[in-house]
Design a protein around this ligand. Structure first.
Ligand code: ZN
Length: 673
């Protein structure tokens, strides 16, 4: 591991920060924390924390000795001063005299001693940092250290390697008891550079940020060097076979088995190293041992679900096997829960796996959101690769199952999970014509309510713009082309696992009388206003049926479907066919819990009803544009947002199908019933 400290850069950083009132201590702390955070072999998605002891004033101007410690929710790679809440140091030391306090009491007590009560929660490892006398403390879950500690002879190896400047703390669950243990052992030893937390990670410390960082990099480098020199044995792999099935076909089936109690996003990944490791013959026994560092259990569960689909010719024949595998996983998890649960009442977490490995195919990772599915995948990938590297050298050993359980069901972790989920969390929504006014307003509406939204549009420029400025998933796609849509849908199955809601919104309009319109123009209108919807609906419905969790088709029809306008025949006739299509889907797929509903909107300023067309439509009715736009029973102009709200309303109307909802400010000729 390279020491990437740059003193000049640090000085510049300190000077710049001093101007904004950030102290030298804190600047140094931020600077080396970021260095640690940008090394994924040390810190992955929040797995580590740093601190500095300093002084600061409270609101009354009174000066306090404090510890700035990483708060929860921050990433060391990008952390700034707001990620380091200041806690009064003396009270933290005082609480160490207690025999025992619960972790909830500890968290409350630490919060009570914050300088700014609105700060994020200080790390659960705050007390460990506080009892160490040195000014700067760095803590990581470095892979190379774990690769050495997580073996049967881990303690002997570490002692041999690190000698007198490091002591080994036996495994204790993070929280008050760990702080207590560290306190006892730290007091007894002099001239320490750091601590190795057995099967958990490493602490280094010093009075200068730079030295603590250097102690971390040199300890990790030492471990890396040791690993490089070790003899590596070949462990047997299964034969590489090309499966008859792709990951995009498997994903919706997995979603069916996972989404019993809630919706999950499922993300797929594969690469040469990961696949080679998943293909180990004994992968099941290696990975059943447990996790490499305790907090991984929150992301990966104690073990993944492993499948081998090599012998199956097609998807139908493997369904029974997959379902059986899920059942076994659940049984096993329930057993683990019942064996390890304490006497007090504890609610069992969802029994579905978080990580699913398919040999010869790759890894699927679940998450309540897309982001979480990727983080869980990152943690699992790193952990699987580490475990196999250990197996190639020795034998992987984890902490005891009971200890894994205690972290998985730790009240402090449970509290994080209990956060109120947004209504559509875990739901995948595709919006066609999503870069247009109505499509984009709809995308925003669903996203605000927690859904994972994927925007499709033909307009490359607009897609690029949205991609640049938002977090939406975007694809350029011509939905009138079946092969094109299928390709994009497969990609979505790989990134998100499938689809729950489709807002089929793409449309176009030309003006002409029926005797003047060319066949080509009329066919083109049907292509986009009817056939593209059929393509999107049919391909998406196939996925929804595979997922077996219902689904929702939402069509942007138009009031033209029942109340045609002059010179607008190509639009009206194709939209009338679309209305019929919407009903047909409701009729045929209601049995699968798939709902099909539509919106008849009218006179909304958009790409389709642009300024030029607005003028022409207003002229054809002999009124001004303003009167045209609010020419309805309520005399109110209708906006894209109103249509978005209506789509959302229909998506949440779980007992409604084959319904068409008008969003037109009131138009009696266009009223449905
Ligand atoms: Zn830790």
């Amino acid at each position: 591991m390279k020491n990437v400290m740059n003193k000049k850069e640090l000085q510049k950083f300190i000077q710049k920060n001093l101007k904004s009132g950030i102290s030298k201590d804190l600047s140094e702390r931020i600077f080396t924390s970021r260095l640690l955070g940008s090394n994924f072999n040390l810190i992955l998605h929040g797995g580590g924390n740093t601190s500095v002891k300093s002084k600061t004033k409270d609101e009354t101007g009174e000066m306090h000795d404090v510890i700035y410690i990483k708060g929860s929710g921050s990433d060391l790679r990008t952390i700034d001063q707001s990620g380091f809440p200041a806690v009064k140091l003396e009270p933290l030391k005082k609480i160490m005299n207690k025999k025992f306090i619960t972790d909830e009491t500890m968290v409350k007590y630490i919060r009570k001693n914050l300088i700014d009560p609105s700060s994020p929660n200080p790390s659960v490892e705050t007390l460990v940092h506080a009892i160490i006398n040195e000014k700067f403390v760095d803590h990581t879950h470095a892979n190379s250290i774990l690769e050495i500690t997580n073996r049967p002879d881990g303690i002997t190896l570490i002692n041999k390697l690190f000698g007198k400047h490091f002591i080994i703390i036996p495994y204790v669950m993070p929280g008050y008891l760990l702080a207590k243990k560290v306190f006892q052992m730290y007091k007894r030893n002099k001239n320490l550079h750091g601590l190795i937390l057995f099967r958990h990670g490493i602490f280094t410390f010093a009075d200068q940020a730079e030295i603590s960082y250097k102690r971390m990099t040199s300890a990790v480098s030492k471990a890396e060097k040791f690993l490089r020199k070790e003899k590596v044995k070949k462990i047997p792999r299964i034969n590489m076979n090309n499966l008859n099935i792709s990951a995009s076909e498997v994903a919706p089936i997995l979603r069916k088995h996972c989404s019993i109690n809630r919706d999950y996003v499922i993300n797929f990944r594969k690469n040469k190293i990961l696949l080679n490791n998943i293909n180990c013959k004994n992968i099941e026994s290696y990975l059943s041992e447990g996790v490499i560092t305790p907090d991984h259990v929150i992301r990966t569960k104690p073990k993944p679900l492993i499948m081998n689909l090599n012998h199956f010719k097609n998807i139908n024949s493997m369904e029974k096997y997959i379902s059986h595998k899920f059942l076994l996983f659940k049984k096993d998890y329930v057993k683990y829960f019942n064996t390890n649960k304490p006497r007090k009442k504890l609610k069992m977490l969802d029994t579905v796996p978080q990580i699913i490995l398919v040999q010869n195919l790759g890894m699927f990772s679940l998450g309540r959101t897309f982001k979480e599915s990727v983080i869980n995948g990152d943690v699992a990938e790193m952990s699987i690769n580490t475990i196999i590297r250990i197996q190639e050298r020795s034998k992987f050993k984890s902490i005891a199952k009971k200890d894994i359980f205690n972290v998985e069901y730790w009240s402090l972790e449970q509290a994080k999970l209990k956060k109120e989920a947004k209504q559509f969390e875990g739901k995948v929504v595709i919006i066609t014509g999503g870069a247009g006014t109505i499509g984009y307003a709809t995308a925003k509406k669903f996203r605000e309510n927690g859904a994972e939204v994927i925007i499709l549009d033909k307009d490359r420029q607009k897609i690029r713009e949205i991609q640049r400025n938002t977090e939406f998933f975007c694809y350029v796609c011509d939905v009138a082309n079946r092969a094109f849509y299928k390709k994009i849908l497969s990609k979505i199955c790989l990134t998100h696992g499938g689809v729950d809601i489709v807002v089929s919104n793409a449309g176009s309009a030309v003006q002409s009388t029926m005797i003047e319109i060319t066949d080509k123009e009329l066919k083109k209108s049907f292509d986009i206003n009817f056939f593209s919807h059929q393509i999107v609906a049919s391909e998406s419905t196939k996925i929804m049926i595979k997922q077996n969790k219902g689904g929702c088709l939402l069509f942007n029809i138009s009031k033209q479907s029942i109340n045609p306008g002059k010179n607008f025949g190509s639009y009206g006739t194709s939209k009338a066919a679309l209305l019929s299509l919407c009903k047909q889907y409701a009729l045929e797929y209601g049995q699968y819990g798939i709902r099909s509903n539509g919106i008849n909107a009218d006179r909304i300023q958009s790409g389709l009803l642009n300024k030029k067309m607005l003028k022409e439509r207003a002229k054809s009715r002999n009124v001004s544009v303003k009167t045209y736009l609010s020419g309805n029973l309520l005399n109110r102009e209708v906006y894209a947002k109103d249509v978005a709200d209506a789509f959302f309303h229909l998506a949440t109307s779980y007992k409604t199908t084959a319904a068409v909802y008008t969003v037109d400010g009131g138009n009696i000729e266009a009223s449905m019933r």
